[in-house]
Design a protein. Structure first.
Length: 88
């Protein structure tokens, strides 16, 4: 594949936000549901997504999520350029 935007290719790794939920909300979940409930709910949600979309079920797999309009203005062309690399 030909990449038009090489700006991301020099990165040693792609890092994401582990979870965008504010720390105060995470702590509220832990306080109300008990220790380990937050991690368990994440695991259940990941498994649901993997099943729903026919993905290999792997609790250690990373899921990539893009929220926004799928347009060049949002940088989706950069994502398209690195997708093959991200899937390795």
């Amino acid at each position: 594949a030909s990449q038009k935007h090489s700006v991301l290719w020099g990165l040693p790794e792609v890092r994401g936000i582990e979870n965008c939920m504010p720390e105060s909300e995470r702590l509220a979940v832990i306080d109300s549901a008990g220790e380990g409930a937050y991690e368990k709910s994440r695991a259940v949600a990941k498994k649901f997504v993997q099943e729903k979309f026919g993905l290999r079920q792997d609790p250690d797999a990373r899921l990539f999520v893009f929220l926004g309009r799928w347009v060049k203005q949002k940088g989706v062309d950069y994502i398209a350029d690195v997708t093959e690399w991200m899937l390795r």
